[in-house]
Design a protein around this ligand. Structure first.
Ligand SMILES: NC(=O)c1ccc[n+]([C@@H]2O[C@H](COP(=O)([O-])OP(=O)(O)OC[C@H]3O[C@@H](n4cnc5c(N)ncnc54)[C@H](O)[C@@H]3O)[C@@H](O)[C@H]2O)c1
Length: 255
């Protein structure tokens, strides 16, 4: 039996793109998924598709803006009451576009902190939870820098630093919590399509794209599953790109 059978995942920004692919990879392994997204039309369509394929008891949607503390609390309460607990939280919702830099910091960094804190409250063993994994989505932009997207890079470096810092907390073992960071390069989602429209002629962007290539969301989901299934470690950082494949930037340590 898959190690994910019966597990419950809450994934933000899962109506489309990478979050949707992560959700489907888990559903294929027998997990149950709470799709959290601000886009209710797309979120409901995604969950209806999941229900057709994997059964109505295994997927649910809740509309939630991750920048709202109240809506995020509601999403965690909804997932817990619908599925009887949470085993995995993936803070994935994100935005690019330097002209919306305040909203980007709010979604990409502040809301990852918010989602992580709520995940700790809901999953910690010493608070009645079962323990679990907190997997935060950074980026290749969290491992390097480029003048094309200084604020995006700052948010993604922040996500990586925040997540690895939590993994070093000695209390994590008694909390039963493990923290991992996923750093994908370019993947074929709406985010990259919109970015291409914004910087169509950038030689730097074209050079980066040529070096790293463009992955399918399913390829990124394979890396996501590698992290989810590494039960022997915490604080792992995994990068994935078409050009270089999967690379363990940090293997992590004993939980
Ligand atoms: N696509 C890539 O090349 C790539 C590379 C590295 C990292 N990432 C990261 O992966 C994550 C997912 O990106 P994607 O490519 O799937 O993008 P996407 O635009 O396809 O999907 C993002 C999802 O997040 C949701 N979302 C946005 N703001 C929200 C909010 N305030 N509250 C709730 N949901 C919200 C959107 O509705 C959408 O469903 C992001 O954190 C992104 O930075 C993407």
């Amino acid at each position: 039996m898959s190690s994910q059978a019966g597990k419950v995942a809450l994934i933000t920004g899962a109506a489309q793109g990478l979050g949707k692919a992560f959700s489907e990879a888990l559903l294929k392994k027998g997990a149950r998924v709470c799709v959290v997204d601000v886009n209710s039309e797309r979120g409901e369509a995604t969950v209806n598709d999941f229900i057709q394929k994997y059964g109505k008891e295994n997927a649910a949607f809740i509309k939630c803006d991750v920048t709202s503390q109240q809506e995020m609390e509601n999403a965690f309460t909804f997932a817990t009451s619908t599925f009887g607990g949470i085993d995995l939280v993936c803070n994935n919702a994100g935005l690019s576009g330097e002209n919306q830099w305040e909203q980007m910091i709010n979604i990409n960094l502040l809301s990852v902190v918010r989602g992580t804190k709520l995940a700790i409250d809901h999953m910690s063993k010493h608070r009645g939870g079962k323990g679990g994994i907190i997997l935060n989505v950074s980026s290749m932009a969290g491992l390097m820098t480029t003048h094309l997207s200084p604020v995006y890079c700052a948010t993604k470096h922040g996500v990586a630093a925040f997540t690895q810092s939590w993994a070093k907390n000695p209390d994590c073992e008694k909390m039963g919590l493990r923290f991992h960071t996923l750093c994908p390069a370019f993947a074929d989602t709406q985010m990259v399509k919109s970015a291409e429209e914004r910087v169509p002629d950038s030689a730097t962007a074209a050079k980066l794209m040529e070096e790293y290539g463009l992955m399918s969301p399913e390829t990124v989901a394979e890396a996501f599953m590698q992290l989810v299934e590494r039960e022997d470690t915490t604080g792992a950082v995994l990068s994935v790109s078409k050009g270089y494949g999967m690379r363990w930037i940090k293997e992590g340590t004993q939980p």
